[in-house]
Design a protein around this ligand. Structure first.
Ligand code: F6P
Length: 357
C-alpha cells in the first residue's frame, strides 16, 4: 500500500520530537510497502509557504537521542490563522500546498495552539493526526505529553543544585520554572527536588503565607528555603485583576515577573537574603530522557499504524497506560490544568510543602 506522509513540528520545541519522527518513519517503512515521507520545514510556516524536503530513510537514523527537531519549528498563533496578512490566506495556502505536495495525510507534532490549527485543517478536509508535545503537559485527553518528563528531570536537577548552595549560605532561593497556564512541571519538579514551597498558576497564593512558611522554617532552625514557582503563578490580589492590569501593575513596580515580586517581598519583609534562579529554555533543550524516548517511540509507531488504517482527525494519547487516539474535536481548545484537589497536591501538603494557600 502506498502512502505519502507529511510531518511537521510546530510551536515551542521539546526533547522527544525527533524520537517521535523516527518512530513514525521506522514503523511506516516497516509496515507499508511504498512510503514517502515529506518533512515540512519550520512548522505551519513551511506549510503556508510550501517549504518542504523529501526525506530519505537515512534521515531518520541517529536522531533518537537528539534534542530539538530536525524539521525546524515556529510559532504561528492560532488566532491569526484565519487573518489575511500581506495578502496571504494562510488556510487556503496550507490546503493548496498539502495538495501540491501530494500528501495522503499530515502528522502534526505540537501543543495546544498547534492542535487547534490541526483541528481547523481536519475540518477543512485534510487527513490530520496530532501528536501531543509539550513540556507543560497540558494537552487534554492524555495523561502525559512527550517532553514533559525530560523537563521534570532537568528542573529537578536545577533545584537539587540550588539546594546545596542555598543550605551553605542560609538563603531563600526562588527557582522559576516554565509553565504559564499549567503548573505540572513545577508540581513534579518541586516535589522531586524537595522544595519547601510550590506555587502554581492554578492555585493563587497569599504572599503573607509564603513569607510565614519561610519564617517558620528559620524559627525551626532551617536557615534556607527553596521555593519552586511556575512562571504563570500569581498571588490572590493579582488573580482578581485582568491580565493587562496585572502586567501594568508589575511594570509600575519594576517587578516584571512573579518570582521577582516574591524575592523582593521576602527580602523586604524578613531581611533574609533571597536569590532568583531562572533555568528558562534549559528546560526544553538537549537529549530526551529514557522515559521520553520510550513514550515518543510508542507515539510515533502508533501514529504510523493510524496512517496504515487511514484513521484521521485524531490526536495520539496515553490513557490508562495504553496508547489511544482521541478525536481532535475533543482535544482542540481545551487545556489540562492541575486540579486543586490533585492527589500530588494533597500528598505534598501532607509532606509539609506549602502552596501559599
Ligand atoms: O509551551 C512551552 C513553553 O516552554 C512554556 O512553558 C513557556 O511559557 C513558553 O513555551 C516559552 O515560549 P518561547 O520559547 O516562545 O519563549
Amino acid at each position: 500500500m502506498k502512502r505519502r506522509i507529511g510531518i511537521l513540528t510546530s510551536g515551542g520545541d521539546c526533547p522527544g520530537l525527533n524520537a517521535v519522527i523516527r518512530g513514525v518513519a521506522k514503523a511506516a517503512y516497516q509496515r507499508m510497502n511504498e512510503v514517502e515521507i515529506v518533512g515540512i520545514v519550520d512548522g505551519y510556516s513551511g506549510l503556508i509557504n510550501g517549504e518542504y524536503r523529501e526525506m530519505q530513510p537515512s534521515d531518520f537514523s541517529g536522531i533518537l537521542t537528539i534534542g530539538g527537531t530536525i524539521l525546524g519549528t515556529s510559532r504561528q498563533p492560532f488566532k491569526k490563522m484565519k487573518v489575511i496578512e500581506n495578502d496571504v490566506d494562510k488556510v487556503a495556502n496550507m490546503k493548496e500546498n498539502y495538495k501540491k505536495m501530494g500528501l495522503d495525510c499530515l502528522l502534526i507534532l505540537g501543543g495546544n495552539g498547534t492542535h487547534k490549527t490541526a483541528h481547523l485543517l481536519a475540518e477543512e478536509g485534510l487527513n490530520v493526526i496530532g501528536l501531543p508535545k509539550t513540556i507543560d503537559n497540558d494537552i487534554w485527553g492524555t495523561e502525559v505529553t512527550f517532553g514533559f518528563h525530560t523537563a521534570v528531570d532537568i528542573a529537578t536537577e536545577a533545584i537539587d543544585r540550588i539546594h546545596t548552595t542555598a543550605a551553605s549560605h542560609g538563603r531563600v532561593m526562588i527557582v522559576e520554572l516554565m509553565g504559564n497556564k499549567a503548573g505540572w512541571l513545577t508540581l513534579y519538579a518541586g516535589i522531586a527536588g524537595g522544595s519547601d514551597i510550590i506555587l502554581l498558576p492554578e492555585l493563587p497564593f497569599d504572599m503573607d503565607k509564603v513569607i510565614e512558611a519561610v519564617v517558620k522554617r528559620a524559627h525551626d532552625g532551617k536557615a534556607f528555603s527553596i521555593i519552586a514557582v511556575a512562571e504563570g503563578a500569581m498571588d490572590k490580589k493579582e488573580a482578581a485583576l485582568k491580565k493587562k492590569e496585572r502586567l501594568r501593575l508589575r511594570q509600575e513596580n519594576g517587578e516584571h515577573t512573579i518570582s521577582q515580586r516574591i524575592v523582593n517581598a521576602i527580602a523586604h519583609t524578613t531581611g533574609m537574603e533571597s536569590r532568583l534562579v531562572v533555568p528558562g529554555h534549559l528546560q526544553r533543550g538537549g537529549s530526551p530522557s529514557a522515559y521520553d524516548r520510550v513514550l515518543s517511540t510508542q507515539f510515533g509507531v502508533f501514529a504510523a499504524e493510524l496512517v496504515e488504517k487511514e484513521q484521521y482527525g485524531v490526536s495520539v494519547a496515553l490513557l490508562n497506560d495504553q496508547v489511544v487516539a482521541n478525536p481532535l474535536s475533543e482535544v482542540a481548545g481545551k487545556t489540562k490544568l492541575v486540579p486543586a484537589d490533585h492527589r500530588l497536591i494533597k500528598c505534598a501538603k501532607r509532606a509539609g510543602i506549602s502552596f501559599g494557600d
